[in-house]
Write a protein that binds this ligand. Sequence first.
Ligand code: URA
Length: 287
Amino acid sequence: MTASEDRQRDLIAALDFHVAAGVDLMLDEQPHDRFAEVDAPARSEARAPEPVALPRRELPPRGELPSRGEAAPPARTYGQSAAARPDAAAGDARARAKDTTSLDELEALLATFDGCPLKFTAKNLVFADGNPAAKLMFIGEAPGADEDRIGKPFMGRSGKLLDRMMAAIGLDRTSAYITNVVPWRPPGNRNPTPQEVAICKPFIERQIELVDPDFIVCLGSPSTQAITGTKDGILKARGRFYPYRVGEREIRVLATLHPAYLLRQPLQKRLAWRDFRTLRAALDGKA
Ligand code: URA
């Protein structure tokens, strides 16, 4: 092997390492300290350079096994100014979300909303699936690779498990509405940051108001914490109902384990099964 082949092999290995670690987009030639940008007062509206999509290798989807053969995401500009001013973006989201009067309007608004930087690295907006007239709403955390590709929530392995869990209590996607707290995939399946959740929260709150379900099931800790306000971890929070007020109405929110977690910890399915039986009893007016 020549020295230049050697060097090429090392570069490919370094890229593989970064992609596997979730660094799947190159935004600039130089690293930036984004935390410092968030702390600093907004200085300029200058556009960041065009991101360069790195070759897509086998990224582990959020809590699931790798899905193969994905194309690289389209290169777009990065919403740097929104990243630097999450409070302003959340305020803007709140003001605009409250004016929407239908789910279609809310989805159209999200499609034009540039305040969340995740939008610029995602392939698709992942708004919802299932039946908007259902009295039950499932809320996950954020889309993974399959959802980002297809544009619908819970399409990958954890979605298949969610389908089986619903089927076990006589439900399917015609009897429930399914969405996420954050509608764009965080790059490399990292967790959404608290700022990203805060920016997107007015949208999920409006989505809840527009669907107006009787019951919400929060899948996993980030969703449970965002919707109920609890600081408890999911193993403590699960299996309980929390009140969620919309005007005079109270929606009952049940916290349970995320299907992706259950794929990693199959023994914990017994806890989720208990929660789903509680859900069935509540839907039948018996809990
Ligand atoms: N995990 C989530 O929280 N939501 C999805 O849509 C898929 C995986």
